[in-house]
Design a protein around this ligand. Structure first.
Ligand code: THU
Length: 137
């Protein structure tokens, strides 16, 4: 896969970050199986809780446009080193992506990045399948 183009999209997505509280910009670029790319940035709020991470912005944009199949996401932040998705974003990925084939790329730049499967970043998931196995009152 051409990670370079997707990394460039994530870095560009960071430009739109709304971060008046943390001043910490994050960008994401989500690739669908059909080859479309959705950008996402973090969007903060004075009430803090409503803050949306870059990764979830990208997912929610794509899903709200009817996308259902995803191949990979790149994350790039104003960090000194690789910025990994938070737990909430990983859980959203679990809801919509295949654990074994969906790739999460943490990138410092187009030359310096690491690739993980979702399963590597999120072992022991709670998902619809797990819930279906449970007891019911
Ligand atoms: N943030 C993201 O956008 N993605 C992550 O994976 C980690 C955190 C944002 C949320 C908030 O706007 C800022 O980074 C500081 O937590």
């Amino acid at each position: 896969m051409d990670y370079k183009a997707l990394i460039e999209e994530a870095i560009a997505a960071k430009e739109m970050a709304y971060v008046p509280y943390s001043h910490f910009r994050v960008g994401a670029a989500l690739l669908t199986k059909s080859g479309k790319i959705y950008r996402g940035c973090n969007i903060e709020n004075a009430a803090f809780t409503p803050t949306n991470c870059a990764e979830r912005t990208a997912f929610f944009k794509a899903i709200s446009e009817g996308e259902k199949e995803f191949k990979a996401i790149v994350v790039n932040g104003d960090a000194d080193d690789y910025l990994f998705p938070c737990g909430v974003c990983r859980q959203v990925m679990v809801e919509f992506c295949d654990l074994k084939t969906f790739e999460v790329i943490v990138a410092n730049n187009t030359e310096d990045y690491k690739v993980f499967t979702l399963e590597q970043l999120m072992p022991g998931v709670f998902n619809a399948e797990e819930m279906a196995k449970g007891q019911r009152l």
